[in-house]
Design a protein around this ligand. Structure first.
Ligand code: ADP
Length: 456
């Protein structure tokens, strides 16, 4: 096992990794930027090293400074968390060539899975169903137009270098295609400095179902069941749960087995997630992408399986064998996660950084609060707006929803606008409770219906 690990991330995920290290008896060293100086989670690590100014490019995305911190602290491995450099194959490669184990998959798997079109080619070979799509980026207008017609409308134009729900455009018919294609390329260039786009069939009422994977460096791969992340706004997840309320048992097994086949096809190791879209009407599922890192919503899986995914990431990176057999990974009860963002749901989810004046942490049976926030904490403007994740676990979905409502009532995070009022309304919503909705339901129906009640 490693003696010392560097955590190249911030906020709640840095704290999550610090906690895993503490329980494993591994010394943790966390990096921080000037914008995070004085944050209380830094005290939980054994050592904290300032690597630069607030802007990510000068700190959390700055590879030379992170490597220098790893050298100074004399660590054996680097945990990238999620976001920032976690899916950057160059970073993984540089870590390893500088003698630090990268706590994640090989740079080769990250590279192959990071290119969405390449990932789909691998998926096809592994007999994992994919949405009909172009073979790769489509850079000529005539070719794109012809392909769109072949794939069939509605078509989704996706930025090849996109992510986090950004860089997508739906086109309903052939007439509007060319204009949308040009705009999509210009947007991709502006956002990702890469104009490449590819085309994919747009599914109209899908669910987002993803499978958690764990794989060691000795070829053993298991799945830890699925998460349902259908509650989304602008293709970004707001609530995740497990098990999915709509996937029948036989389909669940098929989806999970597909994810394992895909991981084996790329010699994947460490933790990862295979994402699918699912059509409840036809029970068909389609692979969309692999996230070659730990995800925000991993605790949902931890609650239903009892596994500690971060500890497994560390053990696997240290070369240990994954001692779990597939048949030993059981599901118990139901878990739900609400992402608490400092955004004003009454003002179109506008970011609302500021200082937290009061923080009352919810507790009691089956409640988990993963957050670095304390009273007096000033939310920096430089980073993502998520300030915490509220999770519950109960025997059934209905009990989990009641428990979440209770915890959302208890939590007090004052001084800044947050998504807490939104989640309170969602938990009371009849349709959410019925479990039947799709990835655009929130914006299409829930938000218009609740606009007045969320008004600030
Ligand atoms: P990102 O990498 O930006 O997160 P994903 O490919 O993972 O993008 O997709 C994010 C979300 O966008 C999905 O959960 C789904 O809601 C929507 N989406 C993506 N592809 C399609 C598609 N072909 N049809 C319908 N919705 C899609």
């Amino acid at each position: 096992m490693f003696q010392r690990i560097l955590i190249a991330n911030r906020g709640e995920i840095a704290l999550r990794v610090i906690r895993a290290c503490r329980e494993l008896g591994v010394t943790s060293v966390v990096v921080f930027s000037e914008a995070d100086r004085g944050a209380s989670y830094l005290e939980e690590a054994d050592r904290a090293i300032c690597i630069g100014a607030g802007p990510s490019a000068e700190s959390y995305l700055n590879i030379p400074r992170i490597i220098a911190a790893a050298e100074v602290a004399d660590v054996q491995a680097i945990h990238p968390g999620y976001g920032f450099l976690s899916e950057n194959p160059e970073f993984a490669e540089i870590c390893r060539s500088c003698g630090f184990e990268f706590i994640g998959p090989s740079h080769d798997s990250i590279r192959r899975m990071g290119l969405k079109t390449e990932a789909k080619i691998v998926a096809n070979k592994a007999k994992v169903p994919c949405v009909p799509c172009s073979d790769g980026p489509v850079d000529s207008e005539t070719e794109a137009q012809a392909l769109a017609t072949k794939i069939g409308f509605p078509v989704l134009i996706k930025a090849a270098a996109g992510g986090g729900g950004k860089g997508m455009r739906v086109v309903r018919d052939a007439e509007g295609f060319l204009a949308a294609y040009r705009t999509a390329r210009a947007e991709a260039e502006a956002a990702f400095r890469n104009p490449s786009v590819y085309l994919e069939r747009y599914l109209d009422n899908p669910r987002h179902i993803e499978v958690q994977l764990l794989a060691d460096q000795h070829g053993h791969v298991v799945h830890c069941w699925e998460r349902d992340c259908t509650v989304q706004r602008r293709h970004q997840k707001l609530v995740e749960e497990s098990p999915s309320p709509v996937v029948p048992e036989a389909v669940r097994t098929k989806i999970c087995e597909s994810a394992v086949r895909l991981a084996k096809a790329v010699n994947y190791h460490n933790a990862g997630t295979c994402e699918f879209l699912y059509d409840p009407a036809t029970q068909e599922f389609f692979f969309i992408e692999v996230n070659a890192r730990i995800q925000v919503e991993h605790p949902v899986t931890e609650l239903v399986t009892g596994l500690d995914l971060i500890k497994w990431q560390i053990r696997i990176a240290a070369g240990e064998k994954l001692t779990l057999k597939q048949s030993e990974i059981k599901r118990h009860g139901h878990a739900i996660e609400c992402r608490i963002n400092c955004e004003d749901p009454g003002a179109n989810f506008r970011p609302s950084p500021g200082t937290v004046s009061r923080m009352v942490v919810p507790g009691g049976p089956g409640v988990r609060w993963d957050s670095h926030v304390v009273a007096g904490y000033r939310v920096p403007t430089n980073y993502d707006s998520m300030v915490g994740k509220l999770l519950v676990h109960a025997d059934t979905r209905e009990e989990a929803i009641r428990r979440m409502s209770r915890a959302l009532r208890e939590i007090k995070l004052d001084g800044i606008a947050t998504t807490i009022p939104f989640h309170r309304l969602l938990m009371q919503d009849e349709q959410f409770r019925s479990g039947e909705y799709d990835t655009t339901w929130l914006e299409r129906e829930f938000m218009p219906r609740n606009r007045d009640r969320l008004g600030s």
